[in-house]
Every structure is written in structure tokens, then in C-alpha cells.
Design a protein around this ligand. Structure first.
Ligand SMILES: [Fe+2]
Length: 373
């Protein structure tokens, strides 16, 4: 018996184009070229690109950053050798983004509602336009939602921007201060892992394109949302894209009720563990360490860390998200996903305009997303 409906089969047709485009990215002619060239048994530390001065990049520095970002690891790891004085006139993230915007998708930074968060202002002064990421202990965990990036616990692998419809094309992190121990940021090029899966089990690979392959829920708090999506798909501009997450903290990740999808999910999840084969990692060990990440194909996570404020060790990162198009700079919090129109039209209730704009909120009690603005 046919496993999928007619509409699902039509939707799955994008998987062939996805393979061709992904192969092109890595410079391979066919899947047969991939295995030996791409697989590594071990993780590797990402080489850093030292920058003399973040406010004035040399042509060579710009080229190195672009090569690393568009290269096989999808991450440019830099070290700002002379971080500017604080408070910043302008945060180094913006200085870098402006100088790199011809070569990298850093033209459209977006404002995050938590940038001017009361607690953040109390600790770090008036907003500098970036989101601060640090361990924020709270007394009554049961009473208030605790976002996983506000803890010192492990934050398992994910793409940033749940509720943003897959529009966060890139993000930048910049270390303001560092922990006593731990806090490795690790990466996996899930596009490359997907191609490996296509070789090892074509049916399993194809099932990752099902419209309901994965469902991710952030169950509580202001950002409560449930997003149902393919794990692999062609994004709105026809680019191969990944939406993948491993459960962590309060995030709930479910797969379609189909053993094939579950096994495919597990295959990807194994490759997205900290220090997995072929993964890369960074240890932000000094102020001025940073990275620029291709969020729509690269998965990242962070291992547990330990602060020691009495001795001056506190992990604080500044973060900025960059969207793929000017039209996405307007704030949204949505259950839908921006998928190439041709395929989006097959399941408008999941990928149509209505579920791609405004502000939605997941209500756990009645089990649905509701548009509130
Ligand atoms: Fe993240």
C-alpha cells in the first residue's frame, strides 16, 4: 500500500531538487562523490580568524570570513583582537555586519523583544541592540517559564528562531565575558548529514520532507508556539533549508507517527550531539571571540557551563539575528514555515500567508495556536 497521500507525494518531489542544490553547494557532481570527501570520524575545533580591528576589516580578513561562512562548516569563527571599550558606541556585531554585508547575508538585522529586557538593562546597561545570553537564575522555576538559553544547562542542537518561519538566515555571537568552565558551542552542517542519509537510506531521507515530519513546541511563556514542519525542504527562495531540533529544557520535539520518520530524525539527532563525528566546536574563552553562523542549514548547541562571579567568570554572549529579506524585518511570531510557493500551495493551512504573519501564541490548554495580533 502507498505510504503517502497524493498531496504528500507531490510535496515530496522537492527532495530531488534539494539533493541537486545541496550537492552543488559542496561542489559534488553526484551522491557517489560524497562519502569519502565529506565524512570525518571525529569532531574538530573550528579554526579562528583573528581580526586586527573589528571596526576596520582588511580585504583579506573579509575574504577569510566569507570563505568560512560559505565553506563546508557554515561558520565563521573570529577573534576580535582589540575589542572596543564598553559601553560601545556601536556594538562590534553591527560594525562587522556592515562591512560584510556585500558577501554575507547580514544586511537585515532584526530587533528582538528581549533586547531591552528589564533584567538585561539592569545588568548590562541600556540596550546596545543585541540580545544578551547568560545564565539567569530564578527562584521559582515552576512559576515562570525558563528559556533554555537563560540557563547554564546544556542547550541541545537547534536552528535559532522558533516562530520566525525559518527566516533567520544567519546569526552572530560575540563573547562579552566567559565562564569558569564549559560552554562549548558546537555545530553540525545538517545539509551535509542529510546528503549522507540520502546515500544510506533514500526512503528515510525522503521522509524528512513530509510536511509534518517534525513538531516543535515551546509550551509556556511569552514565546509559546507550536511549529509543524518538514525537517528538510526548499525555502521560499528555492534554497535547501533545515528545520531541526533536539529536545532540551522545556522544548518538546515530536516526529510524525511513522517509524521511518522517527529513525530519520534519530539519524540526524545522533549527528547533532555535542562532539559528534564531522561536527565542529568553539570555546568562547575570551572577550572578543565570536562567530557568524548559517542558521538555515547549520545546527548548533551549547554544552553545560559553570560561572564563578566572585572570580569574574560569567558567560555573557551578545547575539544578533539576520533575516533573509527586508520584508522579514517586521516582527512575527508564527506557527507556519516559509516554503517554496509551489509546494506551500499544497498545504496552505501549514504554509499559507495566514500562518506566516502576525503574532501567534500556543495555548496548551486547548491545544492550538491562536493569532493574537
Ligand atoms: Fe541558539
Amino acid at each position: 500500500m502507498e505510504r503517502y497521500t497524493i498531496d504528500e507525494r507531490k510535496f515530496l518531489e522537492q527532495s530531488d531538487v534539494f539533493i541537486d542544490l545541496a550537492l552543488q553547494e559542496f561542489g559534488f557532481q553526484s551522491l557517489n562523490d560524497l562519502p569519502l570527501a565529506a565524512q570525518r570520524r571525529h569532531p574538530s575545533p573550528l579554526p579562528a580568524i583573528p581580526l586586527e580591528r573589528s571596526s576596520r576589516l582588511s580585504r583579506e580578513e573579509r575574504r577569510k570570513l566569507a570563505d568560512a561562512f560559505w565553506g563546508p562548516e557554515g561558520v565563521a569563527h573570529f577573534i576580535d583582537l582589540s575589542p572596543p571599550e564598553r559601553p560601545y558606541d556601536r556594538h562590534p556585531i553591527f560594525l562587522l555586519a556592515e562591512q560584510l554585508s556585500d558577501d554575507l547575508p547580514l544586511r537585515f538585522p532584526i530587533q528582538h523583544p528581549l533586547e531591552a529586557h528589564m533584567e538585561s538593562v539592569r545588568r548590562f546597561g541600556p540596550s546596545d541592540g543585541t540580545r544578551k545570553i547568560y545564565d539567569l537564575p530564578i527562584d521559582d522555576v515552576a512559576a515562570r517559564y525558563r528559556e533554555q538559553n537563560e540557563t547554564s544547562e546544556q542547550f541541545s542542537s537547534h536552528n535559532d528562531g522558533l516562530g520566525y518561519g525559518g527566516c533567520i538566515e544567519a546569526f552572530m555571537l560575540y563573547a562579552e565575558s566567559c565562564p569558569l568552565w564549559g560552554g562549548y558551542t558546537y555545530f553540525q552542517n545538517t545539509l551535509r548529514v542529510a546528503l549522507q542519509l540520502a546515500i544510506e537510506d533514500p526512503a528515510m531521507f525522503r521522509s524528512m520532507f513530509l510536511p509534518d515530519a517534525i513538531t516543535v513546541t515551546r509550551p509556556r511563556g511569552k514565546g509559546a508556539i507550536r511549529v509543524k514542519s518538514p525537517i528538510l525542504f526548499l525555502g521560499e527562495f528555492g534554497q535547501p533549508q533545515v528545520f531541526f531540533r533536539v529536545s532540551s529544557g522545556e522544548y518538546v520535539v515530536e516526529t510524525r507517527d511513522d517509524p521511518l520518520v522517527l529513525r530519520g530524525y534519530q539519524y540526524l539527532a545522533e549527528h547533532c550531539m555535542p562532539f559528534a563525528p564531522s561536527s565542529t566546536f568553539i570555546n568562547f574563552s575570551r572577550r572578543g571571540f565570536g562567530c557568524i553562523v548559517r542558521n538555515n542549514v547549520i545546527n548548533h548547541g551549547r554544552t553545560r557551563f559553570m560561572d564563578d562571579p566572585d572570580h569574574g567568570f560569567v558567560r555573557v554572549l551578545s547575539r544578533k539575528w539576520f533575516v533573509s529579506h527586508e520584508k522579514h524585518t517586521e516582527y512575527k511570531h508564527v506557527p507556519g514555515m516559509f516554503v517554496l510557493k509551489k509546494y506551500a500551495a499544497i498545504f496552505p493551512e501549514q504554509f499559507g500567508e495566514n500562518v506566516l504573519s502576525g503574532e501567534w501564541h500556543w495555548n496548551a490548554e486547548n491545544g492550538c495556536n491562536k493569532k493574537i495580533r
